[in-house]
Ligand binder design. Structure first.
Ligand SMILES: [Zn+2]
Length: 357
């Protein structure tokens, strides 16, 4: 979930607390209470420093792991609440509690996204991916803005905060139910979508897009090396869009085992598509997470350039990872089989990537 959305959820925690208790806003304690909820709602993404001081691969290994796990929920709350109570002159319990509730909104909303998080580490190392919310949900920002405007106009908090909370809650439930509904529709239609493949051995995934309507969602079905991509009609009927055979060549295996980005992608991604291309002397292995598709682009991707050695093996020349970046510099579009709506899937290139350098 993006940081603006997290901040708005933290603001929601603060507004709800004030509306529910009727405590007046203002003074150092009021500011500290607001700050505790908002900073708490941002705190788990402190692992962004791994991106600033490390590189994208370090960040990928790190992000949404330990920093989002149970022991840290309490650590953040104690640190934030403690520091703010020192500044506000007391009210430690209140500030720690608000920070903790802020942290919970962060973890909860991250768990409902496509990337998910290892929220319950060390109890379990499982990554929870709700696949229900998009990585940025403007509705929470809009609700927060409405709340701020009404508050500035002097409308009593009690008269609108709970209504805004209810809208946020109903919206979230709607997205979770929509995801479950589409999964069900996909499961029912599976035999007709995968042709000769056995439906029982298929893995399926439905991923959300920005809009909370069936057409915005995408699906991917995986059976061995075969990948079927599609979307849904307004009624939730699956519509095939593209079919891809993932390459399982010696070059792909070499890239997965011998490059940092290859190992990172294999570790992070449950549905990994691999494509091998030849560009002059270089063999280029492209990897992408089949579950993260924006329109026709598999955006979460990597590219590994290999040179052939004298003994017929490979040597690593260059590797690049496109970790959660929305910027497209250059896309490759060859090698995909077209289907249905004649969509052409592309794997996005790492930022600034030029093969052979
Ligand atoms: Zn996060």
């Amino acid at each position: 979930m993006d940081n603006l959305t997290h901040a708005c959820l933290g603001l929601g925690v603060y507004g709800t607390y004030v509306a529910a208790t009727g405590h007046p806003i203002g003074g150092a304690v009021g500011w500290a209470a607001c700050a505790a909820a908002v900073i708490g709602a941002e705190a788990p993404d402190v692992d962004i420093v791994a991106r600033i001081f490390g590189d994208p691969v370090t960040y990928l290994y790190q992000h949404r792991q330990v920093s989002h796990s149970v022991p840290f929920w309490f650590a953040y709350s104690l640190i934030i609440g403690g520091a703010l109570s020192f500044w506000a002159g007391g009210h430690a319990l209140l500030l720690v509690t608000l920070a903790f509730l802020g942290v919970l909104t962060h973890i909860g909303s991250d768990m409902l996204t496509t990337y998910g998080t290892k929220a319950l580490w060390p109890l379990t190392g499982r990554r929870f991916r709700g696949d229900s919310l998009f990585v940025g949900e403007p509705i929470f920002v809009v609700l927060a803005l409405i709340g701020i405007v009404l508050y500035r106009q002097g409308v009593p908090l009690q008269s609108f905060v709970f209504a805004l909370d209810a809208i946020a809650l109903v919206y979230t439930c709607w997205r979770v139910l929509l995801h479950q509904f589409l999964l069900r529709r996909l499961r029912l239609a599976l035999p007709s979508l995968v042709g000769t493949a056995t439906a029982e051995t298929c893995r399926i995934r439905v991923t959300p897009m920005l809009l909370p309507i069936p057409q915005a969602h995408k699906y991917v079905i995986v059976n061995d090396q075969r990948y079927w991509f599609g979307s849904f009609t307004a009624g939730g009927r699956p519509v095939p869009e593209a079919e891809v055979i993932s390459d399982a060549t010696p070059a792909v295996f070499f890239a997965l085992q011998n490059s940092r980005v290859g190992r990172a992608m294999a570790w992070f991604t449950p549905m990994l598509v691999a494509k091998q291309e030849q560009e002059g002397q270089l063999t280029i292995v492209r990897l992408a997470d089949a579950g993260v598709r924006y329109f026709d682009t598999l955006l979460f991707s990597a590219a590994i350039d290999l040179a052939t050695t004298h003994d017929g093996s490979y040597a690593l020349v260059h590797e690049g990872l496109r970790a959660q970046s929305m910027h497209i510099r250059r896309s490759f579009s060859d090698g995909w089989q077209r289907l249905g709506r004649r969509m052409r899937l592309t794997i996005a290139s790492p930022k600034g990537y030029r093969s052979g350098r």
